[in-house]
Design a binder for this molecule. Structure first.
Ligand code: AMP
Length: 434
């Protein structure tokens, strides 16, 4: 199957060829003809499956075929996304795939000044990509006209529900014309999603792409057993020993992301945090520096990482396992995307055994636990009289960090400090441990 079999316009085929895609992914092969035919679609597909092109390409084609009149155009396609990052990414994809057509794509989302968005909307657009809250603000101010929407897309609908957007989605739907095409994309199916789908969709084509088996197969997954308080030392060791240059690290909390970023910086590893408390400008800057290779480690929370389009990421680390097993799949989908192999590393403390089991149940396979290498603990323990002297455990010192002449401010500082504890820690465990 090739893209030209799908009935796409030459302009779109050229854009796809420019991107270097050889053939459509399964979701694209099924969704593109259905959307072109005007059908409603319910698609179970996650990030990394190529779902964005699956709805953007046929929408572009439908909009070109049905050319809008007049210079000030109200949006004819509306895409709702849960996060600003995803909104920006979808809009960028739409511009990219539509670069040989003359359609205008606008994105609007919260957390940034509304006024430039208002002026942008004044000049009209064909496709509007939005997060629900900001869209409603704009609608209330009557700066966006949704009465011409022909195609309505809910992207990552499960995530939107998790984030409490259901009342906002209902409000948005009320502003749309009754007659329209609806597309709903969701990684998972809960009862809430089913209810939403039943209300929203008219005789939809249901598409379920394999729960990301193919992408997961491309990811080399492994878990290290490590005590919670020693995770950061092991992480520093893995980054330095492996000479990783671009690693995305997931933490559970914003505070945890900030703290780990500081700790990595303290160990001489350039790092930036990306989470909901950061301004949009700070997030964009952090992501940009990471993509350019100016920052080695990007530490992110689950929600902030949604929709980040970082290609061919060599390493993803679960510094803490996610509470929701499906999030694990999302996270590791950041690596090994569209054919590139990657590694997904999980640092698992004993209190996370249950989470690991849940993840393995969802994956229907086990994640190999590999031997934890000897790593160095370079911080000074509190100076109490009862402190025991520095000790070395695990495997020998050449494994621990500074063999490449790594920048090691901690090492020098701690040598100066008579209380410094330099320990090597390594758990000699391999194979399945639970
Ligand atoms: P998505 O699931 O939409 O986030 O897309 C995941 C990644 O796959 C993006 O980086 C796309 O550029 C890429 N991609 C989408 N379609 C294809 C394709 N047919 N062949 C190769 N890569 C693709």
């Amino acid at each position: 199957m090739s893209f030209s079999d799908l009935g796409l316009l030459p302009e779109l085929l050229r854009a796809v060829a420019d991107k270097g895609y050889d053939s459509p992914t399964p979701i694209q092969a099924q969704a593109i003809p259905a959307v072109l035919a005007g059908r409603d679609v319910l698609a179970g597909a996650q990030t990394g499956t190529g779902k964005t092109a699956g709805f953007v390409l046929p929408i572009l084609q439908r909009l070109v075929a049905d050319a809008a009149q007049g210079s000030i155009r109200a949006p004819r396609a509306l895409v709702l996304t849960p996060t600003r990052e995803l909104a920006a990414q979808v809009a960028e994809s739409a511009r990219d795939y539509g670069k040989h057509l003359h359609l205008r794509v606008i994105q609007v989302f919260g957390g940034v000044n509304i006024n430039p968005q208002i002026s942008s909307l004044r000049s009209g657009c064909d496709i509007l990509v939005a997060t629900p809250g900001r869209l409603l603000d704009l609608a209330q101010q009557r700066t966006v006209d949704l009465s011409k929407v022909q195609v309505f897309v809910l992207d990552e609908a499960d995530r939107m529900l998790d984030m409490g957007f259901i009342p906002d989605i209902r409000r948005v739907i009320k502003l749309l014309p009754a007659k329209r095409q609806n597309l709903l994309f969701s990684a998972t199916y809960s009862d809430d999603i089913r209810t939403l789908a039943e209300r929203l969709l008219h005789e939809p084509l249901s598409i379920q792409v394999a729960p990301r088996n193919a992408p997961i197969e491309l990811v080399e997954q492994r878990a290290y057993r490590v005590q919670k308080e020693q995770k950061r030392h092991l992480l520093v060791h893995l980054i330095q020993e492996g000479q990783w240059h671009q690693v995305l690290i997931f933490t559970r909390t914003k505070h945890g992301a900030n703290r780990l970023t500081q700790q990595l910086e303290g160990a001489g590893i350039s790092a930036a945090a990306i989470h909901g408390n950061k301004s949009q400008a700070a997030r964009v800057k952090a992501l940009d520096m990471f993509k350019r290779g100016q920052v080695t480690a990007l530490v992110a929370t689950e929600v902030a990482a949604r929709g980040l389009d970082i290609k061919e990421l060599p390493q993803v680390v679960n510094y803490e396992l996610p509470n929701v097993p499906e999030d694990y799949v999302h996270r590791i989908g950041r690596t090994g995307r569209a054919g590139a192999a990657g590694e997904a590393i999980s640092l698992v403390s004993t209190d996370e055994n249950g989470l690991l089991r849940d993840i393995e149940r969802v994956l229907r396979r086990s994640i190999p636990t590999v031997q934890t290498p000897a790593f160095k603990i370079v911080e000074a323990p509190p100076a109490t009289p009862g402190n025991r002297p520095a000790q070395v455990q695990g495997r020998p010192a050449h494994h621990a960090g500074n063999s490449h002449g790594n920048r090691g401010p901690d090492r020098r500082d701690s040598r100066r400090n008579s209380n410094a504890g330099h320990r090597y820690q390594g758990q000699q465990r391999s194979g399945r441990t639970h």
